[in-house]
Design a binder for this molecule. Structure first.
Ligand code: UTP
Length: 307
């Protein structure tokens, strides 16, 4: 099974991050010195995917600009022996092919994915990565799904267990059959169920490998009556009803929802605490941090250098 493309829907309004998202796409939020979208691009490349179908909308041009080459900046850095600062971006520019596709109106995640259907061939399987979900672990999350999709010749959805008090915030998987501790066959998906109605504790997180049959299924389900949007979960449920094998796989890795300020702050602290350069500074700062006096001027602490 050849999987060479990933659709990255990045056309949402980002209302949970207002007012910041009024002017800057949430995909450009910094996580250490890189924007969130770069973690997505690097995960895709590490999963051996090189064709990126980026679905964007009004006000999101900063994403395309960011991945463009910048010869003047490169020359400036070369003259100062600082080209290493752009090494990771350079690798992305050399290996990835970006196509930018517009979603003219925010009519839902399913609708955003449909904007890229012309780029997917009949019988092709493709990845979907939601840039809000940053997943950090030993094996790239998308690669974990691709391996299962190839082995089982099936569509695969990433899931993680969530405590029952949070289940109503997620799309949740209803299980038809369990194959291994981490692999399940999906009966259907339920969007944001009440705690008592949740069919499992397996929440869908933003990585998928899907069959091209999804597009026909999305046509069949159309706009959801409650929200007026085309929902991906409805489409996947329909695809499963139409006979496509849909699996759920518990991906290994720490997942952060950087589409909300709290999730973003947690991601930032976690990434900084694990980075050899930032970790000593952050640990020292947090150990010393006193919530009651942190805004009180302290001449010694104010001298701690930030590099
Ligand atoms: P969200 O549900 O997080 O919506 O979308 P959002 O608009 O981005 O953010 P909030 O809820 O208003 O804060 C999940 C993913 O689907 C994409 C988003 O960009 C995000 O990656 N999406 C959503 C679209 O591309 N188009 C849409 O119409 C809706």
């Amino acid at each position: 099974m050849d999987i060479s493309k990933v659709i990255i829907p990045a056309a949402g309004l980002g209302t949970r991050f207002l007012p910041y998202t009024k002017a800057v796409p949430k995909e450009m939020l910094p996580l250490l010195n890189k924007p969130a979208i770069q973690y997505i691009a690097q995960e895709a490349l590490a999963s051996d995917i090189q064709q990126f179908l980026m679905v964007t909308s009004k006000g999101k041009n900063a994403i395309a600009d960011y991945f463009d080459a910048d010869p003047a900046l490169e020359l400036f850095l070369k003259e100062r022996n600082k080209t290493a600062l752009l090494n990771e971006l350079d690798k992305i520019a050399r290996t990835a092919h970006f196509s930018y596709i517009r979603q003219p109106e925010p009519l839902g995640l399913g609708h955003a994915i449909c904007m890229a259907r012309h780029a997917i061939a009949s019988k092709e399987y493709f990845g979907v990565m939601l840039p809000d979900d940053i997943i950090v672990g030993a094996t790239p999350a998308l690669l974990q799904l691709i391996r299962i999709a190839r082995q089982e010749r099936a569509s695969v959805i990433a899931v993680q267990e969530v405590p029952e008090e949070y289940i109503s915030m997620y799309g949740v998987v209803s299980i038809k059959k369990q194959f291994t501790p981490n692999l399940f066959q999906v009966a259907n998906l339920v969007e944001k169920p009440n705690k008592k109605d949740a069919p499992s504790n397996l929440a869908i997180i933003g990585r998928y490998v899907l069959s091209q049959k999804l597009f026909k299924a999305l046509d069949e389900v159309g706009y959801n009556q409650d929200h007026g949007e085309i929902q991906l979960t409805d489409g996947i449920t329909q695809m499963s009803k139409d006979g496509e094998k849909v699996l759920a796989y518990k991906v290994q890795g720490n997942r952060f929802d950087v589409g909300t300020p709290i999730g973003w702050i947690k991601a930032l602290i976690s990434l900084a605490s694990q980075d050899p350069y930032y970790a000593p500074h952050i640990r020292e700062f947090l150990m010393d941090f006193n919530t009651t006096t942190s805004f009180v001027y302290n001449s010694t602490k104010n001298l701690t250098p930030t590099l």
